[in-house]
Design a protein around this ligand. Structure first.
Ligand code: KIV
Length: 278
């Protein structure tokens, strides 16, 4: 197994830039993206060597508690992005364009992306959308904004897509391939595919020059992304089939908190060692 350049913080770049991700694709190497929404988790993920921290609009579900990503506002996204940027030293910080903040025109997309970069200090943005949004990508790239195109299942369109469904099956693959190519040609530096059958994702990856990131899209993409609360077992909600659970933080935290609760009720906390003496 070759030692990946990006996965080795001691040897790799001090800050992940778009050309490092392109190098990964060119060299047949992988990289990892993980969502983050606050400074402390950003610090932990950054120190662990994660290459990209995604301030996903999944914050609507995982932080605020909405049942979809639609209600989150640009102002809320800016706050989460600032927090993550404060914790990330090496990882690239990418922020989602939230629902309703970019669709109307390329100019609206530029305005939103600039706010996420200027006020949130993101280094790139991610936009959900098909080839119909290629002009939006072109305008953002022209304004100096690196863009990741998000295709396949796009949660902001869950109602239009008829719920959480795998995309790109059968004939739909040709359209998805055309979307990916149009976004790449408009200047997207990376294409993220969500809930796409592995053979379809592999085919799309093979026709693209730019790196790809997958979530529920098999192993052929250059990178992978997961929502951190899902992969660390913090959430209560049932995790999708494509999520590997690396820890069970919900029970670890629950246990620690009930221990603290019992200690307080029994008077054993604070004991002498935690008290100020004159
Ligand atoms: O918002 C998010 O977390 C995302 C990932 C699921 C890709 O878009």
């Amino acid at each position: 197994m070759p030692q990946p350049y990006l996965g080795n913080p001691d040897k790799g770049p001090s800050r992940i830039r778009i050309h490092h991700l392109q190098q990964a694709k060119d060299n047949g190497e992988k990289f990892a993206m993980l969502t983050a929404y606050d400074v402390m988790m950003a610090e932990i993920f950054d120190s662990a060597g994660i290459e990209i921290l995604l301030v996903g609009d999944s914050a609507a579900n995982t932080v605020i508690g909405y049942d979809s990503t639609l209600p989150i506002t640009l102002e809320e996204m800016i706050v989460f992005t600032k927090a993550v940027a404060n914790g990330a030293k090496r990882a690239m910080v990418v922020a989602d364009l939230p629902f309703g903040s970019y669709e109307q025109s390329p100019a609206q997309a530029v305005e939103t992306a600039v706010r996420l970069m200027k006020e949130g200090r993101a280094q790139a943005v991610k936009m959900e959308g098909t080839a119909q949004y290629a002009e939006h990508v072109r305008a953002m790239v022209l304004a100096g904004v690196p863009v990741i195109g998000h295709i396949g299942f796009t949660p902001q369109s869950e109602h239009a897509l008829g719920g959480f469904r795998v995309q790109g099956r059968g004939d739909a693959l040709d359209q998805m391939k055309a979307d990916a190519l149009a976004l790449q040609d408009a200047g997207a530096f990376c294409i993220l595919m969500e809930m796409v059958p592995s053979p379809a994702a592999a085919e799309i990856d093979s026709v693209l020059r730019v790196p790809t990131i997958g979530i529920g899209a098999g192993s052929s993409t250059t990178g992978q992304v997961l929502v951190w609360q899902d992969m660390l077992g913090l959430g209560e909600r049932r995790t999708p089939r494509f999520v590997k659970k690396y820890a069970d933080l919900r029970s670890v935290i629950g246990q620690a908190v009930s221990e603290y609760h019992q200690d307080v009720l029994s008077g054993s906390f604070p004991s002498e060692e935690y008290e100020f003496k004159e």
